[in-house]
Design a protein around this ligand. Structure first.
Ligand SMILES: Nc1ncnc2c1ncn2[C@@H]1O[C@H](COP(=O)(O)OP(=O)(O)OP(=O)(O)O)[C@@H](O)[C@H]1O
Length: 228
């Protein structure tokens, strides 16, 4: 699903690469944790997959496409196959739960009938039954993250990228979010999650990729947060 072939990324004016000679493959339906200290390159890794940047060197394939040579006009189609979830939820203010999720389908031109069917289905899936008409800012942090996940998943993307999705949540709420991401993964979605949350990584025992100063220093099946 995702292949990094000797990928290096320098930002303009940067002396040290943000990512250096990354080689790895992430298969369809895998669940992968991306760990490493602040500044180790996790966000850069994610931004390359979303084609926010191109590699300076090397080749990156996502869903069968070479992102280095992909035309700019094809990027929106790529991003439709990738759901994204962030630490700060990024919901649309002044909109209800339903509207937040429906919007993701409206912008890609799905028919209204389909939207009326799929949005409630997806809200049920993420555990927000009965909350559709609530203003999203009145929900708890955990509920807001569920809205964000519903929005990311409503189009049934092949890949879900979560950048610190539990970063603003208490441990108990975080467990609920992880159960949800696990279910989404079991529905044949490739999930990549950047995190500093060691207890979650240690509990889930999934593949762990560790970056250090831009280099991949560990690729461990059923891994843990730290090797020390
Ligand atoms: N737009 C940019 N321009 C220049 N340098 C950047 C840019 N974005 C990131 N960097 C640098 O690239 C390196 C990797 O940063 P990156 O944001 O990928 O790390 P990270 O692991 O996601 O960190 P965090 O856990 O704090 O989010 C850092 O040295 C950072 O300062």
């Amino acid at each position: 699903m995702i292949t990094f072939e000797d990928v290096t990324k320098f930002y303009p004016g940067q002396e040290r690469a943000a990512l250096r000679n990354i080689n790895l493959e992430i298969g369809r339906g895998e669940f992968v944790f991306l760990v490493g200290q602040s500044g180790s390159g996790k966000t850069t890794f994610i931004r390359l997959i979303l084609r926010e940047y191109r590699p300076t060197k090397g080749t990156l394939y996502v869903a069968g496409k070479n992102l280095s040579t992909m035309n700019q006009w094809k990027v929106p189609a790529l991003r439709r196959q990738i759901g994204t979830v962030f630490q700060d939820f990024r919901l649309l203010p002044g909109k209800t739960v339903y509207e937040n999720v429906a919007f993701a389908l409206q912008v890609i031109g799905r028919p209204a009938r389909e939207i009326r069917r799929i949005v409630p289905e997806t809200l049920d899936l993420v555990g927000l039954t009965g909350k559709a008409d609530r203003p999203s800012e009145e929900l708890s942090g955990g509920e807001q993250q569920r809205v964000a996940i519903a929005r990311a998943f409503v189009n049934r993307p092949k890949i879900l990228i979560a950048d610190e999705p539990t970063g603003n949540l208490d441990p108990e709420t975080s467990v609920g979010i992880m159960k949800l991401l696990d279910r989404i993964n079991k529905a044949d979605t490739t999930v990549i999650m950047a995190t500093h949350d060691s207890s979650i990584v240690d509990q889930m025992r999934r593949r762990v990729l560790e970056l250090r100063q831009g280099e991949l220093v560990r690729d461990q099946a059923k891994g843990v947060y730290g090797t020390a």
